[in-house]
Design a protein around this ligand. Sequence first.
Ligand code: PMP
Length: 334
Amino acid sequence: MKSTNLIWHNGHLKPWAEATVHVSAHALHYGSSVFEGERVYATPRGPQFFRLADHTRRLFSSARVYGIDVGYSPAAIDEACHAVVRANDMSSAYVRPLVFRGCGGLGVLPAEDVVDVAILALPWGSYHGDARENGADVCVSSWNRAAPNTFPSWAKAGGNYLNSQLVALEARRGGYAEGIALGTNGLLSEGAGENLFLVLNGTLLTPPTGAGVLVGITRDSVITLASSLGIPFAERELPREALYYAEEIFMTGTAAEVTPVRSVDGVSVGAGGVGPITRTLQDAFFGLFDGRTEDRWGWLTPVIPAVVPDRESQEATIHDRTSRQKPPAVEASA
Ligand code: PMP
């Protein structure tokens, strides 16, 4: 991983090497973290966050599901995201806010409610490399997405990514770029780290939000762009075989952006190459960042330049919570 100089950790910007946690941190043992992945794009108007408010909203919703008290206001988290990009002097970045149960004890529910918050900003180009241009070769995973009412898929929680790791690992072992998981009902769900779109008979389709998917912000952006371009669209439950019938397939995600799929299980998609609807949506999506697509939705926000806060607002937004990080209480483990 390419490091950057500074990480925002519990209210402070710290050197990369100093932003560490104790091995007793609850999240390390039980996956009790919620997080986001956001991008800052280098645009003609300077570095801009893409849908920061929506990411922050999802972060707080994920935390609410698990009863994790973020301890900062959404505005303070937004400001900290800006601060870490600014402090590292980055023109583009992948920003990773992470909220996790820290050293409050090793009970499944920790004795003390200790929550750490960290925000990293990393340089990160195209997630699937040249697949953005040529398409990715993917497979259907033998692993299913979690059943409804087990692991809430809407919450972007660390523990959910054990399932994603199994899907991605199997794909990598088989020589594929990514794995697509079915739900426990055998219907299409999503990729290990992306939502899934198909074009079938000229209509853009994606599995519904109840199909065990993370309700992706890129997914929503693509749906919005498709509607603005007059592309017919529906959320629809889809069987696995739709993958082999589809004229076009692509995956969306903050890291993956809009990545075309070239083949599924060795079967080439449509006529091969990147299909016209995928290309149109890719152009519209990436056009947001080079000015070709008008941002009619207020999705972009410039990284705010440094301001010297007065003492009062500084205390309100960046309060030091290190005092809450006590050594763990000794108690029964899970
Ligand atoms: N599904 C999963 C499992 C993911 O990890 C991601 C990436 N965050 C997505 C979908 C896409 O979500 P978004 O567009 O909000 O990044």
